[in-house]
Every structure is written in C-alpha cells, then in structure tokens.
Design a protein around this ligand. Structure first.
Ligand code: UDP
Length: 387
C-alpha cells in the first residue's frame, strides 16, 4: 500500500508494540485508534500497586528492562524515570543456593573449588562434552558448554517445568539467552543499560498513549473485518488468531501465579529459581525487591507455575517447535497477501522477544510507515522475518 498525508491507523494491542507505534504515528500527525480486549493497557508488562502491601506488582510476572541499544534506552526514559536495578538471580538446587547466570561463584561453590578465571575456563572445557560439535538442542548446548552436572542441577529440571518437555526436544537458542562467565559478575543480563521504571510499566504505556491523536479503546476486541475501516492496521495479537486458527493453533506456554502476602522480607532477593523438578514452581519473585528505592513492611510473592496455554489462557512464551514453525510458515504465507496489515510484537510474529527488542522493532516499523508516507513506498507485513 502507499500512504499519503494523515491517515487513520489501528493498533491492535496496547502493549509496547502498539503503544510505541501509536505514539510515533500520532506525533507524525496520523489519527490512531488503539484497541485492547483487556481492561488495562501494557499487556503482560502491566504493573499495579497492591492495596494490602503497597508493593508495585508485576501482575503477569517479573519484567526487568535491559538493553544495549542507546536509542531504545533514551526513548523509554522519556516516559518515566528509570531507577537503577541489577537482576542478580539465585537458584536453589538440593537445598543449596547458587548464583546465576553460571559464573565463577557458581562454579567454585558447586564443585567446592577456589578456581581462578583461567582454571575455571579450563575446568569447564574439560567437563563439556566435546563430542557434540554442532549443538542443535537445548540439552546438547548445555552438555557441550556446562557439562552434565551443572546441566542437571540448574537447567534440566527447570526447563522441563518451564517448557513441559525434555530439553532434548527444545532448540539450543533458548539456552543461548544465558551466558557462562569466568569472573564474579552475577548480573543476569549482559546489557549496557538496566533499570525499572519508578512508576511501573503501565504508567509508561499510559503516558505513551496520552496524545490528542490517540483514541484508546479498552475492553474492545478487534475483528479482522474491521481492518477495511483503516488505512493501516498494526496487529500485535496472536497471528494464528487473526486467521481464525485455520492452519491450527501454535503452541504457547502460559503461567499461573501463586500469590502470597507475608510480613517483612520473604526471600531477600527479587528472583530465586528452583532447579529441582520435584519443586512444582520454576521460580519465586518477590516484587518489592524490584523497587529497592521503596520501603514496605509487608511483602508479596509470586510462585510461578508454567503449563501449556489453553484456548482461554493468556499466551506468554511461544514454544516454536518444528510443528509450530511449520504452522507459522503457513500463516506467514497468508500474511504476505495482506495489503494494509503489519504484524508486530511477540504474539504477532510468534517470537520469544524481550521488551527492548519489541520497542526497537516498533520504532523501526513506525519509521517505515512515516517514510512510506513521504516516499509512497510499501509497508512491510513483518519488520523481521518471523521464521
Ligand atoms: N533456564 C533454566 N534454569 C534457570 C533459568 C533458566 O533452565 O534457572 C532456562 C529455561 O529453559 C528458560 C531459559 O533458560 O526458559 C531462558 O531463561 P530466561 O531467564 O531468559 O527466561 P525468562 O526470564 O524469559 O523466563
């Protein structure tokens, strides 16, 4: 399609994708209607202050903002102050506490050693299974780079709980998210910038959407037939839902949270993982520790349980197994014949995206729209090939 002057645009979903695109296009003079079927903005990043404890709750589970992209970091800070926060995850295995991601403290504590960085690197090289030259699965990747003992302690049980299947059935890419370090750096993320918004993520999205050219419609599902009412639609819902699941439902994991309130400090850290498969939850997050600048006498924790996403559940993690990817390929084929739709975000492109990548891609897509507007070029159906 070609775009000229001011247009009427729909953003489906008021998460980061929809809100960033809406804001950018509203500022460029377009009229934007944002639809969300839920009663609140911010999608799964939604935050809300708990009345009983006063704690800011990450309602759909912990979200820690991190990025190495300075443009994204500067962009997001227009909408709230970001408070310093470094995610230092602990993991419990067989009643012992270790540091994650695997670092020198983890290796030394686990094996009862006092290795130097060089010794630890040599040791890890010796425990890695070098017969695996080109790891394809999660399990192969783990056995190759951390060896059997650490794999079984920290990854095997956790991953089985998180994904509901054996790590040999999962792609290596999932584990590649986590580094192995031969120093005492226990920052979970290797990103240049990290922080938590002072007023929460919902506040950020509300501010993004607070623009005279944006009309926000909560509790309002959007159907595909309505797209003809708009010059362009940016869709951040599940791509299979857009096509009425005609090629089947792609697999997602959903989460259940066991919410508990206690006095004082429950676990002394924001996130503690549980590596043992017998423990039914994957991790416990204690939300007041995501806001160390606040003081609360009481506390609120989430015990996190993962399961297969059913038809009426909220999708969290795209599973992306071979079956899912072949369905995705069919949906991508269908999408190629769309004339005024761009699929964005985690659900729209069925990818395991962090917040900063979502924002980066939303900014790119918005720029493409603005440029297409000026140059009469064609809008892409996807910002990045989802397959
Ligand atoms: N993982 C694990 N043990 C842990 C933490 C992570 O086995 O203690 C695996 C698990 O399969 C998870 C993946 O590594 O899905 C990526 O972890 P990350 O912390 O990035 O997951 P997220 O915070 O997105 O749930």
């Amino acid at each position: 399609m070609t775009i000229n002057n001011s247009h009427l645009v729909a953003c489906i979903g008021a998460g980061f994708s929809g809100a960033v695109i809406a804001r950018e296009l509203a500022q460029a003079g377009h009229k934007v209607i944002v639809f969300d079927s839920r009663s609140h903005v911010a999608g799964n990043c939604h935050t809300e202050r708990d009345a009983e404890t006063g704690v800011m709750v990450h309602v759909y589970g912990p979200h820690i903002f991190h990025t190495s992209n300075e443009i994204v970091w500067n962009y997001i800070q227009q909408f709230d102050d970001f408070m310093p926060f470094t995610n230092r995850v602990k993991t419990i295995h067989n009643n012992r506490v270790f540091s994650l991601p695997i670092n020198l403290m983890t290796i030394n504590a686990f094996f009862g050693k006092t290795f130097s960085p060089k010794q630890a690197a040599e040791f890890m090289d010796s425990v890695g299974d070098k017969s695996i030259t080109d790891p394809q699965t999660f399990e192969e990747q783990a056995l190759r780079f951390v060896g059997k003992e650490l794999y079984e302690a920290f990854f095997k049980g956790y991953t089985q709980k998180q994904w509901g299947m054996h790590p040999s059935a999962l792609p290596a890419s999932i584990l590649k998210r986590l580094p192995v370090r031969f120093n005492y750096d226990d920052n979970y993320y290797a990103s240049k910038f990290q922080g938590i918004p002072k007023n929460g993520y919902t506040y950020i999205i509300e501010r993004m959407l607070d623009h005279p050219n944006i009309d926000l419609r909560l509790n309002t599902p959007f159907s595909r037939e309505q797209s003809t009412d708009f010059d362009h639609v940016f869709y951040s819902g599940p791509i299979d839902a857009w096509y009425g699941y005609t090629k089947g439902r792609m697999g997602y994991r959903t989460l259940d949270f066991g919410v508990e309130r206690h006095e004082g400090d429950y676990q002394g850290n924001a996130v503690i993982n549980y590596g043992n498969q017998e423990v039914p939850y994957t991790r416990i997050s204690e939300h007041k520790h995501f806001a160390p600048w606040e003081q609360h006498d009481k506390t609120l924790i989430y015990k996190e349980y993962s399961r297969l996403c059913g038809e009426n559940d909220i999708p969290y993690y795209p599973i992306r197994l071979v079956k899912d990817k072949s369905q995705l390929a069919s949906y991508v084929e269908l999408a190629k014949s769309e004339s005024n739709v761009t699929f964005v975000g985690r659900l729209g492109t069925y990818r395991y995206l962090d917040m900063h990548i979502t924002i980066e891609e939303a900014l790119t897509v918005a720029d493409r729209f603005k440029n297409a507007d000026q140059q009469g070029s064609v809008m892409p159906v996807f910002c990045v090939d989802p397959i």
